[in-house]
Write a protein that binds this ligand. Sequence first.
Ligand SMILES: Cc1cc2nc3c(=O)[nH]c(=O)nc-3n(C[C@H](O)[C@H](O)[C@H](O)COP(=O)(O)OP(=O)(O)OC[C@H]3O[C@@H](n4cnc5c(N)ncnc54)[C@H](O)[C@@H]3O)c2cc1C
Length: 112
Amino acid sequence: MEVKFLILGAGPAGLTFANQLQESREKSFLVLEKEKWGGGLCRSVYNNGPFDIGGGHFLDVKNKKVLDYLFHFMPHAEWNTFERNSQIFIHNQYINSPIESNISPLYNFFYK
Ligand SMILES: Cc1cc2nc3c(=O)[nH]c(=O)nc-3n(C[C@H](O)[C@H](O)[C@H](O)COP(=O)(O)OP(=O)(O)OC[C@H]3O[C@@H](n4cnc5c(N)ncnc54)[C@H](O)[C@@H]3O)c2cc1C
């Protein structure tokens, strides 16, 4: 099989490039992914519910341009949405993420 573009990895970079090619009507490309699923470090796995293996919020979803870009090729109705519960284990306790907004539970550790 011969292709013009061989893309190694179906992470955000590979998938974005593949999408750009498709939108420019290029048909001669192939994406190869070594893992079972695409998404790279931004993929989720299921372990008693969805779990982000890497970046949980890798996109600036408050930016209209980013949202417009995402939804023009993947309609909002096709997204899976989950309530997010991100916690950080630090000094033997869990605190909510992001750490900079939730430092009060650490008060006892530093000032006890
Ligand atoms: C814990 C954590 C938190 C993060 N938080 C954020 C965040 O808040 N905001 C943010 O912007 N970014 C965050 N990131 C970074 C974000 O995940 C990366 O910027 C993004 O995933 C990079 O995309 P990529 O496609 O370049 O690479 P990757 O996501 O690494 O994807 C590369 C893909 O290529 C595949 N691959 C590798 N070698 C081969 C091969 N030889 N053949 C075939 N396939 C191959 C891999 O399996 C993978 O699927 C975080 C990352 C981690 C680990």
